[in-house]
Design a binder for this molecule. Structure first.
Ligand code: DI6
Ligand code: FE
Length: 400
């Protein structure tokens, strides 16, 4: 059988659901043709391939290319000064009065040109790519006007042209109140009537997200955003139950959301509703760590009900300035007590599911894009175990 490339003498973490656990294969091969996986499995079961190029992996491990399924990679400025002030004792109120907090990122994002947004995001993206990331989700939500949200989403799309990576964009207009607006209902009405339809018409968003929280938008306001998204045929996701339990997980499930994210305060009804709806729980240990949250997400409830679990960086300037998905794996294990299997599935198969892209990526199975990460490790657990060490040997996207 003809193929373009063949990786042999490899050990595979396939994550295929028809194999147990991580779907490990010793002495495996991966064959690619036209950018897609033709075969991934034991060498003994592989057909005889005539390959244009054969790569001897010398026993290295291959995982699916990693997927960071929740980021706010595109934004202006940073909040290092605010971090420094808080460490020196400044209160949130004092920082907000001095123009800090999320509004300062909105101002910096609006002030930046689209080119500048791309340039600053590329530096963060490159850090993720260096660790084997081949698919990334990028949210807007620091523009909060049609022009600035559009620029952010365009910048996100351009990341996928500037680098060899798949970018999934998410419109998060309902992230915070724009500084010039005073009425939340009025803002949401305008978002649903004008911003979202324009963004959808221009094909700038693959999904729609909202921040359902006391400091952001209510469940009723969130539901309005979701209804508007549904009318436009766009899938939804939700920042849910991060700081309090407003029933965000159940709300997301009610709308058949791809994912509900954060979930520290989610209760059993929420976890069960997510499992029934197939809504993935995206856990974000970087934010948990950075804001020194102590309430743990209900991992045992997710396990008991069969809710799928993904892990992501939540890379954002305010609560998770994290640009390492490998460190995020370690945090998922140490902070949330996830198993190695849950962690690795969380940045591959389950992250793909959280983006609605499981048919395209996230496991090593025939027909999917041949997105691979090849690692200099002796066992898969090393990817979760180390902190600040990058054993990536090679990153392959679409077979090359
Ligand atoms: N949850 C968060 O933790 C961030 N956004 C969100 O929806 C905070 C964003 C920021 O402070 O810049
Ligand atoms: Fe987030």
């Amino acid at each position: 059988m003809q193929c373009d490339r063949l990786w042999r003498n490899a050990r595979l973490v396939t994550l295929a659901e028809n194999r147990p656990g991580l779907g490990l294969v010793e002495d495996g091969v991966v064959a690619a043709r036209d950018g897609r996986i033709l075969h991934a499995g034991p060498a003994a079961e592989a057909p005889a391939f005539a390959a244009r190029a054969v790569i001897d992996c010398e026993g290295r491990w291959i995982t699916p290319g990693l997927i960071d399924c929740h980021t706010h990679l595109v934004h202006g400025g940073d909040r290092a000064g605010e971090f420094e002030a808080r460490l020196a004792g400044a209160s949130y109120e004092a920082i907000a009065r001095a123009g800090g907090g999320i509004v300062s990122t909105v101002r910096a994002t609006r002030a930046a040109s689209e080119d500048a947004l791309v340039d600053s995001a590329l530096r963060r993206l490159d850090a993720l790519l260096a660790e084997g990331v081949t698919t990334i989700e990028v949210k807007s939500g620091y523009g909060l006007s049609l022009a600035a949200e559009r620029a952010s989403l365009r910048a996100a799309r351009r990341l996928g042209e500037a680098r060899d990576v798949t970018v999934a964009t998410t419109f998060l207009g309902a992230h915070a109140m724009p500084p010039e607006e005073t009425d939340k209902d009025r803002f949401i009405a305008q978002l649903c009537a004008e911003m979202l339809p324009a963004i959808a018409r221009e094909g700038l968003a693959d999904a729609v997200d909202a921040f359902c929280e006391g400091i952001a938008f209510s469940p009723a306001q969130t539901a309005r955003v979701f209804e508007a998204a549904r009318a436009l045929g766009l899938p939804v996701k939700l920042h849910a139950d991060q700081l309090s339990n407003l029933g965000g997980a159940a709300l997301a499930a009610r709308f058949g959301a791809l994912s509900a994210d954060h979930l520290e305060y989610t209760d059993e009804a929420g976890a069960a509703a997510m499992a029934r709806a197939g809504t993935v729980a995206v856990l974000l240990p970087g934010a948990f760590y950075f804001i020194r949250e102590t309430k743990l997400p209900p991992v045992d409830l997710f396990r008991r009900h069969g809710t799928r679990i993904a892990l992501a960086t939540d890379c954002n300037p305010g609560t998770s300035p994290l640009t390492s998905l490998l460190l995020c794996l370690n945090m998922g294990a140490t902070l949330f007590r996830l198993t190695v299997e849950e962690c690795l599935a969380g940045v591959t198969r389950e992250a793909a599911r959280a983006l609605g892209r499981l048919p395209e990526c996230g496991t090593l199975e025939p027909g999917k894009w041949c997105d691979l990460a090849i690692w200099d490790i002796e066992r898969p657990a090393e990817l979760v175990y180390r902190m600040g060490f990058n054993p990536l040997h090679a990153r392959i996207r679409r077979g090359r």
